[in-house]
Every structure is written in structure tokens, then in C-alpha cells.
Design a protein around this ligand. Structure first.
Ligand code: ATP
Length: 491
């Protein structure tokens, strides 16, 4: 077994891949960063500022594969003999080739559900085949965040068994896996949801749309928070539970919600230490130690951020929804039927942070509203009643020790936007996030602000004294997910 393998892998799938000419053991179809992690290699790319990065905190991992440049190694699945070379962010530029492209695929359905986590699956379950539906999921699996869990979940029990039941879908559900929805657009009586799968543009026309797009992990601001070996919660869970690889031999779990990770580490017997107040990560090309605000130093080879999740607001604002700030995060303003406006519903952790089971119930609730809208009998009040038992989770607003941090070493956004860069603009008196965005490029890069905008708002609020609910949060512009220009050119 490789140094960080947790499980035996299928020996018939064993292959050799090469990183910068050096051979490594991997398994056919394994994700490239996971294969390298299993071999103990964390550094995979270099930012525009020359910072070494891994694949589990920020941004893309540009690599050359068998001589072809500009492949995002983050999602790359390996095959035998694959020759991979590290690239830097600086030369990660799409070669714009506008060719004939693949013909656009078009579908017409009653309801398009974006996101196949517990909420999206709940919508489909409730509709029960009475309407035609399209279920669009960016990842290669159904189940969203629940799929990443190994330990029992409130209301569901064993996550594997729960998912077996949730993923039994009615026949007239068209499932688009590995497909990212790029936005929602009004087209008369229909909404157009353009989506992309393997450079193939798919246009879904739907009478109603559900945003079940979930939440994203909060990024913690400490020095060298982009070092190879720093993990976002979801990435750590994925490497452990989906790929059977440990994030490290000894791990530090940081943030206000360590139990989201420690239960899983216990399950696998991975050694860890909980450090609530990280200040700085140090090491050479990878995490070697973590220092906290009390001056304690912990010898670890990985750091996992478990500081809670926040709703992904980009699909909501792009589709015309308004936001409010409550319980420590921005969330959509909904009418009594869970809509942001006529025809567009939101369900699950895209609305508020709560257990998976409550998100599933909210999906069913939205499904029931949809059935009513289409003239079927349904009882949304049953789910409304059940949901009263689940008060959404409040996330404490972190207080950033802005003047005690070395702001150049803290990455607020993976695209070379440091804490210092944003802080300097705010300190100069500019507190309009639209302008901060233009001056610093915050929220204009690979994640489109999904991970970095919140921290930009927090910093602005803290420096200026403007409450979070008074800040003007920029509206997300389509496409809300990355897409090659050639895919959408000509539409
Ligand atoms: P819970 O948070 O309890 O797991 P949930 O269903 O509300 O429940 P997630 O599990 O995070 O939330 O599921 C949301 C899913 O939506 C994820 O699997 C994510 O990949 C998917 N998703 C988010 N944005 C898009 C998009 N633009 N296109 C396609 N899929 C998306």
C-alpha cells in the first residue's frame, strides 16, 4: 500500500503515472491529486506569486498532460503511463479555439433541479414521477455532501443506506451527472438553464427551476492557509471516504466545527489534534507544523479547516434573488412557498445550514409546492411542520485579528488576492464591495467568489464598522461555473 492509503485498492487497476518524470503508483480512474496525496506528494502547482500550492484549499491545478498544456489537474483522472508536469498559474491561459464545437443538446422538462444532494433528491422523490424533471449535478455522483460522510447522520442513520433509497429515481427523471449549470435565464414561459458536461453545451428549458445548490466550506484566514497539505473540510472527507486515502499521518483540525471531521478521523483511526485558533502554518513545500495564537506548536502534516458551511449565494443572486444576513451567513430571501421569485425555488443548505435530513425534508417541501403549482394534490404543511424541529445552525462570526496577522501570507482568495491587498483598499476608505472587487480582483477568479467573497465582506465590515447586513453584496454574473469559451461561443 502507498504511505497514505487507508484501504486496499483493486490490484488489477494498478498503474504507473509520472510527475515531472518521476514514477508513482496510482490506480486507473483515480483523481490525480488523490494519487499524489496517497504517495505523500502535496505540492502540485505554483501560484502567480510563486507560492507552492496543493489541490485541496484553493483554485485549479494547472498541469501539462502527455504534452498538452493547461489541463486542470484537480479533476484529472489518471490512466496508465500518464506523464504529468507541473505548471504555474501564470501560464494557465485557455487557448481560445472557436471550432464548430459539438452540436448543442436540448431538452424540455417541467422542472429543472440544480444540485443532487439530499435537497435535490428530496424534490425528485416528492414529485415521484408526476412531472418530467431534469436533475443537474456537477459532481460525478448523486448525494452531495451526504455522500462524503461515513458516520451516522441524524434522521438518516447510515449514510450509505440512506443514499441507496434516495437515489432510486422515477423513470422520467433525466439525470445529468458531471454537469455544471451555468445560470438561469428567463425565456418567456420557460427558464433556460444552460449546462456543460465535458465541453458539451446542454440547454434545458424548464417551466420551473429549483436551486438545490447547497453550501460551501468557509475558508479560514491564517498565515499560509494555502500551503500544500491544508484541506477544506469537503476535500478531506472526499479523499478519506470516496478514495480511501488519509489527508496525513497526523492531522490538525481547525475551526469552530471540528466534530464534522473528527468523527470521521476516529472511524479510520487517523491521529489528530484539535486546534481552535490557528495562526500560522509552516513547512517546506508542505505543512510541517501549525502554530496557534497561544504560541503552541503542533507537528502535523495536514491541516483540515472545519469552520462550518455557508450557503452558496451565487446561483441565487444570478437568478435574481435577494439576500439577507442571519445566523452568521448570507441566505436567500424566500416567499412563503420557498421561492426567490415566480418560478424559481430554493431548497436545502442553499437556504440555511441544517442537518442533511432537514435539507432532504426541505427538498420534499419544495417538491410538494411544485406539485400544487402544477395542479396535483400535495401536502406541504406536513413537511413544514416537521421542519420546525430543525432550527438552522448559527455560525459564530469570526473576529479577524487583522493587525496582528502578516497579511501578505494570508490568502483571502486563491487567485493571488492576499488579505493585505484587500485590507489596504478598505483601509484607504473604500468599503463598496463592487469597487473592492474591481480593484483587487476578489471574487473575479476561478471560484467566482463562492469561497472568497464572504471573507472580503467580513474584512470590510470589521474595518469599516458597517454591519454585514448593510453591505452591498455583488450579484453573481453568468456563467456561474467555469466553462471554456468555445463551448458557449456562438450561442
Ligand atoms: P446538504 O447540505 O445537507 O448535504 P443539500 O442538498 O442542500 O444538502 P449539498 O449536499 O451540498 O446540499 O448538495 C448540493 C449539490 O449541488 C452538490 O452536489 C453540488 O455539486 C451541486 N451543485 C452546486 N452548484 C451546482 C451547479 N451550478 N451545477 C450543478 N450542480 C451544482
Amino acid at each position: 500500500m502507498r504511505p497514505l492509503d487507508l484501504t486496499e485498492k483493486d490490484p488489477s487497476k494498478k498503474v504507473t503515472i509520472y510527475l515531472d518524470g518521476k514514477p508513482y503508483e496510482a490506480y486507473e480512474g483515480e483523481k490525480f491529486p488523490v494519487a499524489m496525496l496517497a504517495n505523500g506528494v502535496y505540492w502540485l502547482t505554483t501560484s502567480s506569486e510563486g507560492r507552492h500550492r496543493g489541490a485541496f484549499t484553493f483554485g485549479p491545478v494547472p498541469v501539462t498532460v502527455n504534452g498538452v498544456k493547461n489541463i486542470n489537474g484537480r479533476k484529472l483522472k489518471v490512466t496508465d503511463g500518464m506523464r504529468i508536469e507541473r505548471q504555474t498559474y501564470t501560464d494557465f491561459q485557455e487557448q481560445v479555439e472557436i471550432d464548430e464545437g459539438k452540436p448543442v443538446l436540448q431538452y424540455v422538462v417541467d422542472v429543472a433541479v440544480i444540485g443532487a444532494g439530499p435537497a435535490g433528491l428530496g424534490v425528485i422523490k416528492e414529485i415521484g414521477g408526476r412531472l418530467t424533471t431534469a436533475l443537474i449535478e456537477e459532481k460525478g455522483w448523486l448525494g452531495g455532501d451526504l455522500k462524503l460522510k461515513g458516520v451516522k447522520q441524524e434522521g438518516f442513520g447510515d449514510p450509505k443506506e440512506a443514499l441507496e433509497e434516495l437515489t432510486e429515481l422515477p423513470e422520467n427523471t433525466r439525470v445529468f451527472l458531471g454537469t455544471a449549470a451555468l445560470g438561469v435565464f428567463d425565456k418567456g414561459e420557460y427558464f433556460l438553464v444552460p449546462a456543460v458536461r465535458d465541453d458539451q453545451l446542454i440547454e434545458i428549458m424548464a417551466k420551473r427551476v429549483v436551486l438545490a445548490t447547497g453550501a460551501v466550506d468557509s475558508i479560514m484566514l491564517f498565515e499560509n492557509n494555502d500551503y500544500p497539505g491544508v484541506f477544506r473540510r469537503a476535500d478531506a472527507l472526499e479523499v478519506i471516504n470516496v478514495w480511501g486515502v488519509a489527508p496525513g499521518k497526523k492531522v490538525a483540525v481547525v475551526g469552530a466545527f471540528p466534530e464534522e471531521i473528527t468523527a470521521e478521523l476516529d472511524r479510520w483511526g487517523i491521529e489528530y489534534v484539535v486546534v481552535p485558533n490557528p495562526k500560522r502554518v509552516e513547512g517546506d513545500d508542505r505543512v510541517e507544523r501549525l502554530i496557534d495564537w497561544n504560541g503552541n506548536s503542533y507537528e502535523v502534516d495536514a491541516v483540515i479547516m472545519a469552520d462550518g458551511r455557508i450557503p452558496d449565494i451565487n446561483p441565487v443572486t444570478q437568478a435574481g434573488g435577494k439576500l439577507r444576513f442571519k445566523r452568521g451567513y448570507y441566505m436567500p430571501v424566500l416567499n412563503s412557498q420557498h421561492r426567490i421569485r415566480d418560478g424559481i425555488y430554493v431548497a436545502g443548505s442553499a437556504v440555511s445550514i441544517k442537518p442533511h435530513y432537514a435539507n432532504y425534508l426541505e427538498g420534499r417541501l419544495v417538491g410538494a409546492y411544485l406539485l400544487q403549482e402544477f395542479g396535483f394534490e400535495a401536502e406541504p404543511c406536513v413537511y413544514e411542520e416537521k421542519l420546525k424541529e430543525y432550527e438552522p445552525i448559527a455560525r459564530p462570526l469570526p473576529r479577524l485579528p487583522l493587525d496582528e496577522l502578516s497579511g501578505e501570507d494570508v490568502q483571502i482568495c486563491g487567485c493571488g488576492v492576499t488579505l493585505k491587498k484587500v485590507d489596504d483598499v478598505v483601509k484607504s476608505g473604500i468599503t463598496d464591495l463592487q469597487i473592492i472587487k474591481r480593484l483587487t480582483h476578489l471574487a473575479m477568479g476561478f471560484c467566482q467568489g463562492r469561497y472568497c467573497l464572504f471573507n472580503g465582506a467580513l474584512l470590510t465590515s470589521q474595518r469599516s464598522g458597517t454591519p454585514m447586513d448593510r453591505l452591498d453584496i455583488p450579484v453573481a454574473r453568468p456563467p456561474i461555473k467555469n466553462v471554456k469559451m468555445k463551448v458557449v461561443a456562438g450561442r
